[in-house]
Write a protein that binds this ligand. Sequence first.
Ligand SMILES: C[S@@+](CC[C@H](N)C(=O)[O-])C[C@H]1O[C@@H](n2cnc3c(N)ncnc32)[C@H](O)[C@@H]1O
Length: 230
Amino acid sequence: MRFDVLTLFPEMFPGYVSQSILAKAIQRKIISIHTHDFRQWTTDKHHSVDDRPFGGGPGMVIKPEPVVECVESVRPLADQAGRIVLLTPQGRKLTQPVVEELATEERLILICGRYEGIDQRVVDLLEPDEISIGDYILNGGEVAAMVLIDAVLRLIPGVLGDAESHVDDSFSSGNRLLESAQYTRPREYRGLTVPDVLLSGNHQEVERWRAEQSLAKTKQRRADLLDDTN
Ligand SMILES: C[S@@+](CC[C@H](N)C(=O)[O-])C[C@H]1O[C@@H](n2cnc3c(N)ncnc32)[C@H](O)[C@@H]1O
């Protein structure tokens, strides 16, 4: 899968892409991540990407030309047209089913906003999938793009080994429950012991205990996940 990230801050990405699972996936050519600084698509001598909002108001708005023209230049860099995603707090929320949908694409072109946001004509012309990572305001779309890449990455075949499998993850489709509590060594820590059933070696009992714990935790913390209408 190929990710093209349009950003004014490409220098935010090298540290992120060098982290373990992501770095391995890149090395094994399962995914590739390409950043594009859309400031390079400005034509004025000051390379300005933003301007004051028409109608007044605080802050600056990203101009349409550099974003649209950057997308038009980047799109032919690969055979697949891909899906264009605009990271915006006004988009549909990034949930695990949305992540699963995005993971079926061969290519995602992610547009990261900054300042007060992006000129509406970018949306009108490119018709991106507008995605929010939650009901709060970030300074820019870069961290949101990293969140999206990180979540999608886990679902791409070959990225996770068996040891890191995602099938039991909370929110996975077919498993709309929170994962049960996890324990590892030591068996006792500061007076707190691992539940006996997990040490019993009885796989059926372990599975039953996990299912019960999972349901109880979901009822207590996220009853909304049990509602079919969600
Ligand atoms: C300061 S925000 C602009 C917020 C905008 N004024 C509004 O009220 O919708 C700058 C950029 O950060 C990104 N951003 C902020 N919050 C986000 C969120 N919750 N999800 C995804 N992107 C977000 C978007 O790319 C946005 O264009």
